[in-house]
Design a protein around this ligand. Structure first.
Ligand SMILES: C[S@@+](CC[C@H](N)C(=O)[O-])C[C@H]1O[C@@H](n2cnc3c(N)ncnc32)[C@H](O)[C@@H]1O
Length: 318
């Protein structure tokens, strides 16, 4: 039995959710799979590799913004309050904030990846022995129940990585509404959002030369094989990431390189040559476009910080 994340107040992502979503997505005329299923332990590790690739400017730019501006972002310390992170992954960026908050009452990382939560908790408790780290294994697209003793404490939300870009604007607004409920009134949110830029630079970021993004994308099929007994031939699909300027988004697909059939729990899923499975979108915004999304979710956009090359933004919502 793998060690479980402690204090998993929200229900874990269940296998039947995975199975039902896969069947549903692969039965559609335009096949698709939800991107949250990328993040099993292998997917989470591959994502960390992606963040270290030279083409993936997002992580470096966001870290630079946080390092240059964290004291101003925090605006004095959140003394006795709690820091809640949505889609926390490795929590590496969060350390920049935690270092400046010695009197933080607790840090609550929320993620669907159990392995990422366990690893982050191990690292943070060894680096910050006095910090109460309370991971929640759960889905941030629903309001997340916090430990009751935290309910009345001041809350700062943190949502880095431009994970919000994985949702079309209307759904992104819905996520932001959920986060507002989780943070309750008076909560503040610092959110990382990737900016619109030259299409070639965007496309390179999702097609790194060493192939980590391709491996991350294909791992979704490998996960279906491992967990649901699928028969996907990983050599018969290839990664594709393109930029759609009208929509302002990168889309990632897996492309079937030949006509083929895949067995999945007694069902036969047919693919024609060139047919695709949509696996992820990554929407890019101008400063004003994301202000509008935030406002439509009931947040008041405040300060915006960017890096010197205007690649990425971190925004404050209250
Ligand atoms: C793009 S990565 C960002 C990781 C990290 N925050 C960073 O900035 O590098 C997205 C993270 O969100 C998590 N995630 C994706 N969908 C989620 C959901 N619906 N609920 C909770 N976590 C989710 C993934 O497991 C992953 O750790």
């Amino acid at each position: 039995m793998p060690e479980r994340a402690e204090h998993a107040f929200a229900p874990a992502q269940k296998d039947d959710d995975f199975a039902a979503s896969v069947f549903d997505g692969l039965s559609r005329p335009l096949k698709s799979l939800p991107c949250r299923f990328f993040y099993d332990s292998i997917g989470s590790a591959l994502f960390e590799e992606i963040t270290r690739q030279p083409e993936y400017y997002l992580t470096r730019a966001e870290i630079a913004i946080l390092e240059a501006n964290a004291p101003e972002m925090l605006g004095g310390e959140l003394s006795g309050g709690i820091l809640i992170e949505f889609g926390s992954g490795s929590s590496i960026k969060t350390e920049i904030l935690i270092r400046l908050m010695p009197r933080l009452r607790a840090y609550v990382p929320i993620d669907i990846s159990e392995s990422a939560l366990l690893e982050a908790k191990r690292r943070l408790t060894s680096r910050f022995p006095r910090l109460d780290v309370r991971p929640i294994l759960g889905d941030f697209s629903h309001p997340v129940a916090l430990p009751p003793e935290f309910e009345r404490l001041p809350k700062l939300g943190f949502f880095p990585g431009s994970t919000i870009g994985n949702f079309p604007p209307a759904e992104a607004a819905q996520m932001l509404r959920m986060m507002r409920l989780t943070l309750s009134s008076g909560g503040r949110l610092l959110i990382g959002v990737d900016l619109k830029k030259d299409a070639r630079q965007l496309v390179r970021a999702y097609n790194d030369a060493k192939g980590f993004t391709a491996a991350f994308n294909l791992n979704l099929l490998a996960r279906i094989n491992r967990e649901l007994g699928g028969t996907f031939d990983l050599n018969a699909f290839r990664h594709r990431a393109t930029y759609e300027p009208l929509e302002g988004r990168i889309t990632m697909h897996l492309v079937s390189t030949k006509e083929q059939a895949v067995e999945l729990d007694g069902a036969r899923i047919q693919f024609s040559e060139g047919e695709t499975i949509h696996t992820e979108s990554a929407y890019k915004y101008t400063i004003d476009e994301f202000r509008r999304v935030s406002r439509s979710a009931g947040w008041l956009p405040q300060r915006v910080w960017t890096d010197p090359d205007n690649l990425f933004s971190v925004r404050e919502l209250v």
